[in-house]
Design a protein around this ligand. Structure first.
Ligand code: FMN
Length: 275
């Protein structure tokens, strides 16, 4: 690519991230909230008739309680031992990353276990699940209002789907749960309009960080994934891709300290290339 084109694209990327202009570049602009347009729903409607309630009693599962220990132990895991994950563990992970604790006002916003700009919480959580106690393998959607999940259907080759969906990062196909995060754009745009998009990606990070910490507390392992084939995921989960699209992912599975060397192999190039 031509140098000038590269510069132009880099500048475009930077411009979408800069904040704190003293002069408002669009003084006439008003968001839909300012225009008093109706607020979009706080969460997506269920996609199926039936849902599975998740346990909120976390008795009986081992949870590391010391916060500094959890923070210090957190790291990305890409090698999974493929033991079973319990429904309580899955419930704990979903609660820690997107659980709804309270409603602000009559129905103005959800207050969740993660912070979010304007409490818009524009994300939905989808899952490819294999080897979770009591659940049929397949695709699921989280219903945060009732802390439930709904089964969307099975996939003939679930591990194949996972590999393709994550741009051939096939190690992820051994995870018990691959979380896929979509953005329902208008939920944030209603309030922030043309300025919504930088904040959405900032907020995506809060979800995966809580998920990393929750995994660590449970002795599970995961790895945030930016290299997602969003278009393919949208098709498989039945999203329109325009108003809602999958942008981010995180496989989570059972892990073992014995696999430290295998984890290191992912970064063998650092040594090989003398970096
Ligand atoms: C936004 C984001 C995207 C990432 N995408 C990938 C990815 O596509 N593939 C991958 O193997 N790791 C991915 N990672 C994991 C990082 O490589 C990892 O966090 C980093 O190497 C630091 O290691 P640590 O998490 O163990 O501290 C991603 C992490 C983040 C936060």
């Amino acid at each position: 690519m031509d140098e000038n084109k590269i510069r132009e694209l880099i500048e475009k990327g930077r411009a979408s991230l800069r904040v704190g202009y003293r002069e408002d570049p669009y003084p006439d602009y008003q968001t839909d909230q300012e225009l008093k347009k109706p607020q979009p729903p706080l969460v997506k409607e269920p996609m199926r008739e039936e849902a599975i309630s998740l346990p909120m009693d976390f008795e009986g599962i081992e949870i590391e309680k010391d916060f500094l220990t959890i923070v210090n132990r957190r790291s990305s895991h890409r090698v999974y031992t493929q033991e079973v994950v319990s429904l309580k563990q899955l419930s704990y992970l979903l609660w820690c990353m997107q659980g709804v604790k309270e409603i602000r006002g009559k129905s103005y916003a959800t207050l969740r276990t993660v912070p979010c700009g304007g409490a818009r919480h524009p994300f939905e959580v989808y899952m490819a699940i294999r080897n979770v106690e009591g659940l049929q393998d397949g695709l699921y959607h989280y219903l945060p209002m009732g802390h439930k999940i709904e089964f969307l259907g099975s996939v003939e080759d679930l591990q194949g789907f996972i590999g393709v969906s994550l741009m051939e990062q096939i190690w992820a196909a051994k995870a018990n749960i691959v979380f896929y995060f979509s953005i329902v754009f208008y939920r944030a745009e209603w309030r922030y309009g043309i300025y919504a998009h930088r904040g959405i990606m900032t907020d995506a990070g809060h979800i995966t960080e809580n998920l990393y910490l929750a995994c660590t507390a449970l002795g599970l392992g995961g790895c945030a994934i930016g290299a997602v084939d969003g278009k393919y995921c949208d098709e498989v989960f039945g999203l329109d891709g325009e108003n809602e699209s999958i942008v981010y992912s995180m496989p989570v599975g059972t892990v073992s300290d014995n696999d430290k060397d295998k984890e290191q192999d992912f970064y063998a190039f650092v040594k090989e290339q003398g970096l």
